[in-house]
Design a protein. Structure first.
Length: 236
């Protein structure tokens, strides 16, 4: 059985090689997982397409409502989380509208749902989906830093990347932002040179409900580790 650390290692696989495509990972009917999110491993088309993109990449130029083929070029936020879960858990369709992800996964028995106003501790492997119409996003938590900022991994323009929120406690660059920058720059230098985007705004700490990851074991104990220690175990 896979662990929380296994899940985060899987989540890191598309980093630096998968663009954000609205509708990416969904099927042509737009009602659930497409073939990429019902398959193990990375799609070769993701990295092939990403290699052709430059710093001017604009996901709005790839509209699946005009051309269904673009859904095979990358992943949107829901497609990404659905792909991670399929590759972690095995058979199943885990692609839902972003605002429904935590609710649907909790109904499937994959964890405890925590309303956004009751979120206090953010731990490795927890999944967050927006509980409002202004965000419409879903992401995976890597951990919470000592300054209250959160380190996360998600598919958000321009693509799958590490990101850090601001600190609600101190001004300036947060610990999570520094870690996201450090690791994207070190392990994905070509990507970072084109897309030096590592921020996630403060709404990530206030607008999202939480699915506590109780569906995987934590034999490595990473849910109680510092964020950089978790990153060390993901990347080394």
């Amino acid at each position: 059985m896979k662990s929380v650390l296994d899940m985060l290692k899987i989540a890191a696989m598309p980093l630096g090689k998968t663009m954000y495509i609205y509708g990416g990972g969904w099927n042509e009917r737009d009602d659930g997982a497409g073939r990429e999110c019902l398959s193990y491993g990375l799609s070769e088309r993701w990295s092939s397409f990403a290699s052709t993109c430059n710093s001017g990449f604009n996901f709005r130029e790839y509209d699946y409502k005009r051309d269904k083929e673009v859904i095979h070029l990358g992943l949107d936020c829901s497609g990404y989380v659905g792909w991670v879960l399929y590759n972690t858990l095995g058979n199943g369709d885990y692609v839902f509208k972003s605002c429904d992800v935590v609710k649907k996964l909790a109904e499937m028995g994959l964890g405890e749902r925590v309303e956004r106003n009751n979120v206090s501790l953010r731990q490795a492997g927890d999944i967050f989906s927006s509980a409002c119409d202004c965000c419409k996003h879903v992401f995976i938590c890597i951990g919470q830093c000592s300054d209250g900022s959160m380190l996360l991994i998600h598919s958000s323009p321009p693509g799958v990347r590490l990101a850090g929120t601001p600190s609600p406690l101190v001004k300036g660059m947060s610990r999570a932002e520094m870690l996201a920058e450090k690791y994207m720059k070190k392990f994905y230098p070509r990507w970072y040179a084109k897309y030096p985007v590592i921020g996630a705004d403060i709404s990530y700490l206030t607008h999202y409900e939480q699915l506590k990851n109780s569906f995987l074991n934590d034999r490595e104990g990473i849910r109680n580790m510092e964020c950089e220690d978790i990153l060390q175990r993901i990347f080394f």
